[in-house]
Every structure is written in structure tokens, then in C-alpha cells.
Design a protein around this ligand. Sequence first.
Ligand SMILES: [Zn+2]
Ligand SMILES: [Zn+2]
Length: 236
Amino acid sequence: MANRIICSVCGASSSPRAMVRLFVLANEQKQEIAVRRRANLNRPPQIISDIDRICFNCNKSINSEIQDVANDPDCLRLNVLHQTDSSSCLFCNRVEETSRFSIHCRVKIFVARNIFVPDSCRCCDHHLDADGYVPQNLLDELMFINRPYLPAGKQLQQFLGALRQEAQQNDPSFGDESTFSDDEFSAISPIPRDQFQDLYIHCVPVSVQEEMFIRTEIFPKKSSDFFMQNETRAFR
Ligand SMILES: [Zn+2]
Ligand SMILES: [Zn+2]
């Protein structure tokens, strides 16, 4: 078997020709970033010396981190998904028949794991669940590197738009108890959901006069939005 060398940062193995020497004695910053990234990836601590080698991917990414910090020392830092190669499947490294993650899938990963998935990232369709999302077992395996990252303006706008949609979908409505998860419902209600529904069916509707009194005399002005939203449900 051909001689393989392990990348001192990410652990990927490759032929010596696909690795570069760190030359850390001449570049302290590079050494410091390499050590931090290794720790980020939960790899055992190792003194990275002048003779150690790293893969092209790590080398390119470390150089771009150094450049980004030089251009703007206050630049945004994100937990960016770690992958060995952006042109192959994130999970199995297959190159053929892979697709990019959907924007909604990337947003779900960000919400669940606080990991930003660059839009170039790819995977095979069969790793995803029926809705096109990464299942929990694979979600738990994702690795990231905390590093400067500057998403292009258009990409960032698209990501924020999808993030907003996600937040709206998950926002429970006080006008409809079915939008609360079981945990949320038990946190706000002293009775279980089925008892609440039984009770609700037998509730005597509140008259408009009573409602106006509650709205104007008991609750401050701010609460009127709450009543407006709930009128359809509460006073039908
Ligand atoms: Zn590497
Ligand atoms: Zn795959």
C-alpha cells in the first residue's frame, strides 16, 4: 500500500504529495491556528512541530483564516462545518450523484447544532430523511471549526430569510393550543392537553361587553394585540 501521511489537523490521510509542511518555526500564527483547530475537532493534543504536515484543504483554510484576520481583525467568527473535501459527500466522501444541502436543511443544522454549513457543501440524498433533513444520528457527528467566515452578501441574505421562516414556523400561537409542543403546553398549563380540550368545548363564550371590560380595565394596552389574535378562537 502506498505511503500515507496523516494530516496533523483534521486526521485525513493522503499521499505525501497531497500534504504540505507547516514550517511552524517560521509561522507561529499558523501553528497556533493548527493547534486550536485540532482541539476544535476533539483530536488528542499534540505538539505540532516543523516537520508535521497538513492536508491541502486544512492548509488552504488556515491561510484564508490568516488573511481574513489580517483584513479585518474584528471579522465575524462562526462554527463552520468541517469537511475534508467540499466536492464530495460530507458523510461518505462519494463524489458521484451528490447534491448541495437545501437552504432549509442548512438552517435546521444551524439551529440544532450552531454549525454554519457553507452552501457549497454536498451529500448523497440517501443520508437525508424523508423531508430532506439530516437525521439526528448524523447531526450529532458533524464537526466544526470556529473560524472567521465571511458569507457572500447574497448568500447571507438568503440564509437569514430561511432562518426567519424557520423561526416563524416554530413560533407557537396563543390562539391555537395545537402549535405548542407537549413540553411547552405542560409548562404553561396546569392541566394536560386533552383535559384542556374537553374543558374548552364546555366553556361558556365570553360576551363582547365582558371582553371589552377585560381588555380596557384589567389588561394594559399592550395586551390588546393578544386579544385581537385570539378573538376568532376564543369568542367563536
Ligand atoms: Zn487536514
Ligand atoms: Zn454519501
